[in-house]
Design a protein around this ligand. Structure first.
Ligand code: AMP
Ligand code: ZN
Length: 276
């Protein structure tokens, strides 16, 4: 068995997934989520796909094409969330409106990826709940996780990484669908090679709006760091976080949209509300 497949299988086993559970894979059209769907399918799991059409011009069109191709290949049901139809505008318009208002009111800037990330997470949870799924599977990989930990260390908030893992922990909220990351221990480079070797339908180009983000700076820094050391970042943060782990965050809902939230108003409503 391929080394990547072996690691994937071990992670799935650790998560405790059984084949009765319904898993919705969040498909971006990129290599990571494509490999997640391909391997869950290969291992015989019940999966459906969900794609958020962000309406970022040609980039989104290409992503959608690859997602449709993959779903045909795996004979997998695809659910589409069209941002323009569901939220009234695509990501570019919404993001610019938020950034302009935020700057007017607070005289500070929010980066593109920070806004897009919050909105995508909100959509995923809400949309997947409607599909009555047991889990959302995403394509987050070892590199993504090491980046997030370092970002949290630099921001002085490592505790934000406490709920991160192969299954999102510590959120006891009936409206929250557990997220699983079957590629958590697999390096980005290996995923890329695997997707090419298996000729999977993947849009390899990155999002054109992902410029100047904090994550990109950290990613550049981590680029030359060997896989073993990226694994160490995760292992060491786990050791440290054991001391700050909270049992449960309790059931909290956003007072505006009713979705699960850490505070009174969820991050998405704080961002979108700024334009109201
Ligand atoms: P990103 O935050 O763009 O690095 O993406 C992380 C994970 O979120 C991906 O591996 C996908 O599982 C999911 N994801 C990202 N973009 C989309 C999208 N447009 N539609 C559905 N899922 C997505
Ligand atoms: Zn809200």
């Amino acid at each position: 068995m391929d080394k990547l497949e072996k690691k994937f299988k071990e992670t799935i086993k650790r998560i405790g997934l059984n084949k009765e559970k319904k898993i919705v894979v969040a498909l971006s059209g990129g290599k990571d989520s494509t490999v997640v769907a391909y391997l869950l399918h290969k291992l015989g799991h019940k999966i459906e796909g969900l794609h958020i059409d962000l309406k970022i011009g040609k980039y989104s069109e290409e992503c959608l094409k690859k997602v449709v191709e993959l779903c045909k290949l795996l004979d997998m049901r695809l659910h589409l969330y069209d941002m323009k139809k569901e939220m009234g505008s695509g990501m570019c318009y919404l993001r610019t409106a938020i950034q302009t208002e935020h700057y007017k009111q607070k005289k500070s800037q929010i980066k593109n990826c920070a806004i897009c990330g919050v909105i995508k997470k909100w959509i995923l949870n809400k949309a997947v709940r409607g599909l009555k799924a047991d889990y959302i599977a995403t394509g987050h990989n070892l590199d993504d996780e090491a980046q997030t930990i370092l970002m949290n260390v630099f921001k002085g908030s490592l505790e934000l990484s406490a709920s991160s893992g192969i299954v999102t922990k510590n959120i006891s909220n009936k409206k929250f669908i557990p997220r699983i990351k079957p590629l958590f221990y697999i390096a980005e480079e290996d995923i890329k090679k695997y997707s090419k070797k298996n000729k999977l339908p993947v849009h390899y180009e990155g999002c054109p709006c992902a410029i100047d983000s904090y994550r990109i700076q950290i990613r550049n820094f981590l680029e030359k760091v060997p896989t073993k050391q990226k694994e160490n970042i995760i292992k060491n943060s786990k050791k440290l976080l054991k001391r700050v782990e909270k049992k449960s965050e309790g059931v909290k809902y956003c007072e505006n949209c009713g979705e699960p939230s850490r505070g009174k108003i969820c991050k998405k409503c704080q961002l979108v509300g700024i334009c109201a």
